[in-house]
Design a binder for this molecule. Structure first.
Ligand code: SF4
Length: 708
């Protein structure tokens, strides 16, 4: 038997063909028919079958404990969900609907996201649902909304083969979006005029392949982009008629970027001024200017401003809405986009509606026939949920398919919050997730291939994922867990669905007359066409959707014009000082995914980087008498980490890098939080608009490890 599905790891959304041998053995290969990956898979994708076949850490039965000092007991689904419903009802009655919350994941399917959002916003009366996608792409969401009028990625992967200049800022697609990178590499190999510029304080594999590497100081991306904008403006390299006809805000932007000369900006960024001039010239000379960015831009206390400063470059040059041109925020998770579409953020409602918009609330209240009004203010975002648990304003949290006990910034504070919480529900596939240890109720969920549903990848491409395997033990698909719980809460009529397809059909109906229109998308159509790019209305029956947005240069803003933003260029990260003179940045290694609850099962993937290592410049090491391979202690204002140092000239002096994947259990000692858990060190500063944390800038000191 063969089945076409989609990889469950990153937002590239590669098509996968799963083959099931007679004995049940699984193998996977890239789907040559899938337009995103054209048959290619990266190391994680090629090992998906091993991830599925190792069931040793699976959660198999609902479990519950009646007090924190008592062990977990196996219970029935009814017992687990009835107790959870009773606790939620008690808190809601006593403290109000905002006393409970859901924290979900970019790995949830669209139907799951939609159902949880409907439950808490339309039926419980709180907007307290947020997602781990808040930690990776919410700055891009706000950037797109402010500049283009909506959270709408304007480009598609086919723009890669149309572009001749790639401006990669704060991203390492060679490791983190490998199939996109392979398409870029193949395109460049066939077309020698294609250029790549990489902006990254580290010489990553992406930077090594670039024609121009700009190793800027951390936190200076806006200074750089403003300097490029100034060079474009003063050099007469902008598209003046596009700016006049289709944008607002030019004068203010021009005045802001002229506050610094290109030489001054280069000095602040720590790079050569000629490199800035070269970048502007290449943008001007290019026919297709595609910018790609991820966490280096988004995970910042000024992440929204960073996004806006980059999108400005496209609007100044009119490089948007035409083949090969546009600002392309690459999503990290497989369905971060689907979550954005259905309103799986604390500030959003389905189809990019906004909870602060009275008309949008009224539309969804009527659509859902909500028994309570939708709350007019945004709910708590990821780090705000932690704060609210710590100050006891939030009593209960239900965590679905994510592992905040490893992934949150200042994770010691998250552990404290989960201990403080009056009630914690963890719904997951794996006991390997550190967060499970904090649960009062554990709900076993179906994993990849064990349930059906849809996901949307980074280019707005919706694909259908079939159920291929039976669930182990008593695990249930996440949609079923949510609708069973909603029924226990007394909302049965609105949560009675025969299957996930009916949930998708309801969501699709809610998108009528919006820019995210998927009223024409059905499971049958997705099975027939393999994938569809939204928008795809009922009238679109012949096409495969919309590959590129804004082709007529009409934007989603009220006046249909894109907005240039004259953002300040200061960084607001925590300061370094004599005690903490180095900047720590965190990120991924090539073969691991998030907190390793899936990739950590696969021996082949663990070979690439068996343990976390701190990348440190030899000058910084020499000043501290640190040798390559030596055990070091990294100390910050919130905690410590003990790892091995790896000296490398591939990182700027003054900066060090630690992977973010390892938690307590995976560091080899569940009793110790100091072995490699990067988020002991990171801080909870957030961008004021996107609420995305500042993972890329933490003040630390690194010293040789001393035995206590
Ligand atoms: Fe999966 Fe992403 Fe690799 Fe594609 S690039 S195979 S989606 S992890």
């Amino acid at each position: 038997m063969t089945h076409q599905t989609t990889c469950c790891y990153c937002g590239v959304g590669c098509g996968v063909v799963v083959k099931q041998a007679t004995g049940g053995q699984l193998s996977v290969e890239g789907d040559t028919q899938h337009p995103s990956n054209r048959g290619m898979l990266c190391s994680k994708g090629m090992n998906l079958n091993y991830t599925v076949m190792d069931q040793s850490d699976r959660l198999l039965y609902p479990q519950m404990r009646f007090s924190r000092d008592r062990p977990m007991q196996r219970v029935s689904w009814d017992a687990a969900l009835e107790r959870t419903a009773a606790v939620f009802k008690t808190f809601i009655q006593k403290y109000g609907p905002d006393s409970v919350a859901f924290y979900v994941s970019g790995q949830c399917l669209t139907e799951e996201y939609y159902l949880v959002s409907k439950l808490i916003k339309g039926f419980i009366g709180s907007n307290n649902i947020d997602t781990n996608s808040r930690l990776c792409m919410s700055s891009a969401v706000v950037g797109y909304k402010l500049s283009l009028g909506e959270d709408a990625v304007p480009v598609c992967y086919d723009d890669i083969e149309e572009a001749d200049l790639f401006y990669v800022q704060g991203a390492n697609p060679a490791w983190c979006h490998p199939i996109i990178w392979r398409r870029i590499e193949a395109h460049k190999a066939a077309n020698p005029q294609v250029r790549i510029i990489c902006v990254d304080p580290r010489r990553t594999d992406t930077a090594r392949s670039a024609d121009l590497h700009l190793p800027i100081r951390p936190g200076t991306d806006i200074v750089l982009n403003h300097a490029i904008a100034r060079e474009l403006i003063d050099g007469g390299m902008i598209d003046a008629s596009f700016v006049a006809d289709h944008t607002d805000g030019f004068t203010a932007l021009r005045d802001v970027v002229r506050l610094r000369t290109v030489d001054e900006a280069a000095d602040i960024c720590g790079i050569d001024a000629d490199a800035i001039r070269q970048t502007a010239a290449w943008i001007s000379q290019s026919k297709g200017f595609l910018s790609l960015w991820t966490m280096g831009m988004n995970q910042s206390v000024v992440g929204v401003n960073k996004n806006l400063s980059l999108i400005n470059l496209h609007l100044l040059t009119g490089r948007i809405g035409t083949p090969g041109n546009g600002p392309f925020s690459l999503t990290g998770q497989p369905n971060a986009m689907g979550g954005r579409e259905v309103g799986g953020l604390a500030n959003a409602l389905p189809a990019h509606r906004d909870v602060t918009n009275a008309a949008h609330r009224a539309e969804m209240e009527a659509f859902w026939n909500s028994p309570v009004p939708i709350a007019p203010k945004p709910g708590l975002t990821a780090t705000e949920l932690v704060d609210a648990l710590n100050n006891d304003t939030l009593k209960a949290i239900w965590i679905i398919n994510t592992n905040p006990a490893v992934s949150m910034p200042d994770v010691n504070s998250t552990e404290k919050a989960l201990k403080n919480a009056r009630f914690v529900v963890v719904q997951d596939i794996s006991a390997r997730a550190d967060t499970v240890a904090f649960a009062d109720v554990v709900l076993p969920a179906a994993g990849w291939l064990e349930k059906e549903g849809t996901m949307t990848n980074a280019e707005r491409r919706i694909t259908y994922l079939p159920k291929v395997l039976d669930v182990p033990g008593e695990a249930l698909p996440d949609v079923e867990i949510i609708w069973r719980f909603a029924q226990k809460m007394g909302f049965g009529d609105a949560f009675t669905y025969p299957n996930a397809e009916a949930v998708y059909a309801e969501y699709a109906r809610s998108t009528a007359n919006t820019n995210v229109d998927v009223t024409g998308v059905t499971y049958a159509l997705l099975k027939e066409k393999r994938s569809i790019q939204w928008p795809y209305s009922l009238a679109d029956t012949e096409s495969l959707g919309t590959s590129r947005l804004f082709t007529d240069h009409t934007f989603y803003t009220p006046n249909k014009r894109a907005q240039l933003h004259a953002v300040p260029d200061e960084n607001a990260s925590e300061p370094t000082d004599a005690d903490f003179p180095l900047v720590l940045t965190t990120g991924r290694v090539r073969d691991q995914w998030h907190t390793m609850t899936k990739t950590g099962r696969v021996a082949k993937l663990n070979q690439h980087a068996p343990l976390p290592r701190l990348q440190l410049h030899p000058d910084d090491a020499r000043a501290r008498a640190i040798r390559d391979g030596q055990l070091v202690t990294i100390t910050g204002r919130r905690g410590q980490v003990r790892v091995t140092a790896e000296l490398s000239e591939d990182i700027r002096p003054g900066l060090c890098f630690l992977p973010m994947h390892w938690g307590r259990a995976l560091a080899g000692n569940p009793d110790s939080s100091t072995l490699g858990r990067a988020n002991n060190l990171t801080n909870a500063l957030i961008d004021p608009r996107s609420k995305e944390p500042d993972f890329k800038f933490t003040a630390v000191e690194v010293l040789p490890y001393q035995k206590p």
